[in-house]
Design a protein around this ligand. Sequence first.
Ligand code: CDP
Ligand code: CDP
Length: 224
Amino acid sequence: RAAPPVITIDGPTASGKGTIAHRVAQALGWSVLDSGALYRLTALAVQQNGTNPDDEMAVARVAQELDVAFQGEQVLLEGRDVAALIRQEQVGNLASRVAAYGPVRQALLERQRAFRMAPGLVADGRDMGTVVFPDAPLKIFLVADVRARAERRSKQLKEKGFSANLADLLESMRARDERDRTRANAPLVAAADARTVDSSSLTIDETVRVVLDLWSSLGFQPQE
Ligand code: CDP
Ligand code: CDP
């Protein structure tokens, strides 16, 4: 019996991966995996435990032992909803630092693969198409102009009640993308068989349509 299908959505920060992943999953009646949340949760746990972020093995143990649950909009870390907290750019930054560690990525690998279930999964992150689900039948590499991404993220953070300075955000996002692209372990790169979609001038609805059309064009039959 074939494994349930996966649509992967990788790309730089704030390109719309999470939003598009949720909408596509909703349209297909599939599950979602927000893999970035696992790295953000590791970063938050490291911060809260007082773990030394430079100690690779200590951080990997935190990742291995992470007590998390995803319930609708809620992201529970040891039973406490931290969905808003992990969205801060400072947590994203620490996430990007610890995500460069091979043992941390290894610790989170099986946890991510466990999200694959019938009838299908939409998974977003940096290495969904290259490392975690290399056999995914549809891989999207979602990009957008860095200015458009910074403006979207700034608006999104303000809506969550966080302060966000556009210039600082732009600087931080650039640095984070650069670190993610140049690291040795699972760098941010389009899989050889990924379709690149530029959403700079697309609405969310238009982007969702592009992905759903690509999926339909593959002519996949639903599993019995
Ligand atoms: O997951 P990722 O960091 O790639 O991005 P996101 O959190 O899904 O999207 C960042 C923000 O951009 C959200 O507030 C989206 O609503 C917004 N967005 C947009 O305005 N237009 C798009 N085509 C896609 C996302
Ligand atoms: O929402 P945004 O795109 O800003 O970030 P995210 O997807 O929540 O990921 C936060 C950080 O986790 C990224 O900057 C990456 O360094 C790391 N990450 C990763 O290495 N691999 C993934 N599959 C997902 C995230």
